[in-house]
Design a protein around this ligand. Structure first.
Ligand code: AKG
Length: 241
């Protein structure tokens, strides 16, 4: 079992806002996740959407991935042993659903219910699920793990990040427009995991290749929301909304 409780891993996340975990999943494991995804991808025509939201509700078997020792080994050193998954998305960039996204931070969380609370703003609904922007301290205590099911590189829409940008709180649109810090291209092999803070500035371009760039993206947190607000994934036993 790989152990990421080493100092360098935690230091990279603290300093740069991201780290690449190599040698994490075998080709056989990657292909078993792809098999699970294909059942929903075909029935949902996700090919026209470029991905699948609310992933664990649609493929409950995949939630075992978030609970696995392998993923816990990546999350616990940063968020502690009590961390839990709060949102899961499958991103599938391909010729039929090719997309890019400009510099941004991940500032929206998925919740079960809409209940106004101090510090929570900008409510929205994405595919039937409430989303809201929580106070900064909640975002600062979250972590995203991105399991790559295909190699990602400059040609097929890999993620670019601005190292250290997670340390500066919320970036305004003006600050982003005036961004001068160097960006880093995250080239990731299939079976590797890119771990990042949601506040890290990131972007990706459209793929120029006739191939898939598939990623299972899981966000973790380590604190409950002020009641009666509840993280979406904590309601895993509820039926699909
Ligand atoms: O997977 C990508 O290329 C972009 C994903 C992204 O921007 C996000 O998770 O907010």
């Amino acid at each position: 079992m790989l152990n990421f409780s080493n100092h360098k891993y935690s230091q990279d996340i603290a300093q740069h806002g991201f780290a690449l975990a190599q040698g994490v999943f075998s080709p056989a494991q990657v292909s078993s996740y792809l098999d699970l995804l294909k059942t929903v991808a075909f029935s949902e025509k996700s090919s026209s959407k470029g991905g699948i939201r609310n992933l664990f509700k649609k493929i409950p078997e995949l939630s075992a991935l978030a609970d696995s020792e392998t993923i816990k080994n990546l999350v616990s050193p940063i968020l502690g042993d009590q961390a839990f998954p709060v949102r899961a998305i499958f991103f599938d960039k391909m010729p039929e659903a090719n997309w890019g996204v400009a510099w941004h931070q991940d500032v929206n969380i998925a919740v079960v219910n809409k209940v106004e609370q101090p510090g929570f703003c900008a409510w929205s609904v994405k595919e039937g699920v409430y989303h809201v922007q929580p106070p900064l301290t909640i975002l600062q205590n979250m972590l995203t793990v991105r399991l790559h099911l295909d190699r990602a590189d400059a040609q097929n829409g890999a993620l670019w990040v601005v190292p250290g940008s997670h340390q500066q709180g919320r970036w305004s649109e003006l600050q982003i427009a005036q961004l001068t810090s160097p960006a880093h291209l995250c080239c990731v092999e299939a079976g590797e995991v890119l771990v990042m803070r949601p506040l890290l500035l990131h972007r990706s371009y459209k793929s120029t290749q006739p191939e898939h760039r598939r990623v299972i993206h899981i966000e973790f947190a380590n604190q409950t929301l002020p009641a009666p607000l509840q993280w979406y994934e904590q309601s895993r036993n509820l039926v699909e909304l």
